[in-house]
Write a protein that binds this ligand. Structure first.
Ligand SMILES: Cc1ncc(COP(=O)(O)O)c(C=O)c1O
Length: 508
């Protein structure tokens, strides 16, 4: 919504044009307009700095003469409610007569006013748990933020052209709630893309478009898991999934250690309802789940009636070998719910992802999705479908694969040149958007990450991904969005901090 229309909305909401505003019978139009604008400013509906429509624009919206609007603006300018800047328009003043009258005497005299006592807030148990483990970083852009693609490379001009075309012909159905689990053209485009790129076997019926992996996990847990059910997570694993699970009180979350082949199984533990895994590229360690482990996991899930949630979040970026096929397509009728996202291939703020559901889950999960979240973003989804169909999506991924591969190599070179190979986690799967810088066990990687952040370098402490009381220490370093020209200077800041923390590079 354009900023200036806030004012029009306010006036229409107050009954302008449909019924006589209060006192309307006794006041001139100029006085009525002034009264409503004063009220809007005094109540905060029109905030300081809000731009008012041009006189010609407001005259048309309110069906009054231009003079009426001009006189009202002039009156409010004189009273101190509005200010005008030549060439840029009329704005609500930062300090209005009301704010001066309301300001406590102490504040006016330059002393701080006592804080208002805040209301007691009792948060839900789930919220308390999530907030105690809150991990979403305030800063999301900069060296070496993990999991972030180079959003500056996104083909904006192409996308804007597609969006423009769609908006010009937008039908009402594209702007209402959706109830079909996503726009059909996107689902069809994904069927083809996933078959070729990820060996996923499905029909468009099985695809459900979501607002990303987080929503997909939330939907799955709400649909399939009851209190006292167990859910297995990889340990270490993605904090985002752990936090979604914390919002389901009573659910027993079990961290299962990850070895060189992937998540470890336990025939003696009580079987879980759901097993959350990242087989193509374990998050955060980067291992690939072996074929033998995949088969065992599938057999285990079939035997115990469990569902496998396959999070295939950044599988497109594999630099040294061909992409690893998804588990979903490995066996006929596999008990796998596959989830993918455009967050890593395009940009995280897009908030579009997808699920591939086993046929028996299609109806309940689609219904649940519509009931819980109400579906939308149809125009965005149609634009993504075009992006895929016209080939831009595949081209972008290919281009990014080359770019990220180079950046990964450069970061590895810096680590090997200035620190030594014991600082790299092996096996290096040569995939994804980040790698793990391994640190000795006595390191406080949380404090190190905080220190680095205060110096403008981002990176996540590895220990924060563990449920086990004895986490490995390290830093997750994202390289995808760090150009080679600037990587070295960020790396030197990291190196300096590491030395201050007592790291002993084996190379000098
Ligand atoms: C393992 C993993 N899954 C999923 C996501 C996020 O996916 P989305 O943005 O689609 O919610 C991330 C983000 O970093 C991730 O690391």
């Amino acid at each position: 919504m354009a900023k200036s229309s806030v004012c029009v909305d306010w006036l229409l909401q107050k009954g302008w044009g449909t019924e006589a505003p209060e006192q309307g019978a006794r006041l001139t139009l100029v006085e009525q307009l002034c009264a409503l604008l004063r009220e809007g400013i005094a109540t905060g509906a029109l905030k300081p700095g809000t731009r008012l429509p041009a006189t010609r624009e407001l005259m048309q919206e309110l069906d009054v003469s231009r003079n009426t609007v001009a006189h009202a603006y002039e009156q409010l300018r004189v009273e101190g409610y509005l200010v005008s800047h030549v060439g840029s328009g009329t704005f609500v003043a930062q300090t209005t007569p009301e704010t001066l009258l309301r300001a406590p005497r102490a504040a006016r005299a330059g002393r701080a006013a006592p804080l208002l006592r805040s209301r007691d807030v009792v948060l839900s148990q789930g919220a308390q748990q999530v907030l105690a483990h809150a991990s979403a970083a305030d800063r999301q852009w900069g060296a070496f933020m993990p999991g972030v693609p180079d959003v500056s490379q996104f083909p904006r001009a192409v996308y804007a052209r597609i969006l423009n075309r769609l908006w010009r012909h937008a039908q009402p159905e594209m702007l209402t709630y959706d109830t079909a689990g996503g726009a059909l053209p996107l689902k069809q485009a994904l069927v083809d893309y996933l078959r070729v790129a990820r060996s996923v076997q499905c029909t468009s019926e099985q695809i459900l478009i979501t607002e990303g992996v987080h929503q997909a996990v939330d939907l799955t847990v709400r649909t399939l898991v009851d209190p006292h059910d167990a859910v297995w997570m990889e340990d270490p694993g993605y904090w985002g999934i752990a936090n979604v699970l914390r919002m389901s009180p009573g659910v027993v979350v079990v961290g299962r250690a990850v070895d060189d082949e992937g998540i470890t199984l336990d025939e003696h533990a009580s079987p879980p309802k759901l097993i959350c895994v990242t087989p193509s590229h374990q998050y955060p360690l980067g291992t690939v789940m072996s074929l033998a482990r995949r088969r065992s996991l599938l057999a285990y899930a079939r035997k115990h009636g469990a569902w496998i949630l396959e999070d295939d979040y950044d599988s497109e970026f594999r630099f040294a070998s061909r992409p690893i096929p998804a588990m979903q397509g490995l066996e006929q009728d596999a008990p796998v719910i596959y989830i993918g996202t455009f967050s890593k291939t395009l940009f995280p703020g897009l908030r579009v992802g997808y699920m591939v559901l086993p046929p028996e889950l299609v109806t309940p999960m689609r219904r649940m999705h519509a009931e819980l979240y109400r579906e939308g973003h149809v125009v965005t989804q149609l634009a993504l479908a075009e992006l895929i169909r016209e080939g831009h999506y595949a081209t972008h991924i290919r281009k990014m694969r080359v770019l990220y591969g180079r950046r990964r190599e450069w970061l590895r070179t810096l680590i090997l040149r200035y620190l030594g190979e014991e600082f790299l986690v092996e096996p290096d799967s040569q995939a994804g958007l980040q790698l793990v810088l391994r640190l000795p066990d006595h390191f406080d990687d949380v404090l190190l990450a905080q220190t680095l952040q205060s110096r403008g370098v981002l990176g996540r402490p590895l220990s924060r991904y563990y449920r086990s009381p004895e986490p490995a220490k390290g830093l997750l370093l994202g390289y995808a969005a760090v150009p080679e020209e600037t990587m070295q200077s960020a790396f030197f800041i990291l190196l300096q901090a590491l030395k201050e923390f007592g790291a002993r590079p084996s190379v000098r």
